[in-house]
Design a protein around this ligand. Sequence first.
Ligand SMILES: [Zn+2]
Length: 80
Amino acid sequence: MTIREIMQYIESEYSVINDTHCEICGGNFFAEELTIDIVDGVPYDVCDCVCSSCGSTKTFEFFAPFFDKNTMDNIKKNLN
Ligand SMILES: [Zn+2]
């Protein structure tokens, strides 16, 4: 997978987050931190999100088998 394809994948994750509304107030979430967690040897893209209205938090997890450390470093450069 190229970085460009991975960026598109991340954008699709963000659209899932944008389409999810807060269970408490119905507000929109925004992504606060993106990290990679390895669960049983499989990388997951873990996105900590915060409700923009009431501040409640929600963690989104996305299956991301193509991630490794080098890829993640490149993505962080692209996001900055
Ligand atoms: Zn809320």
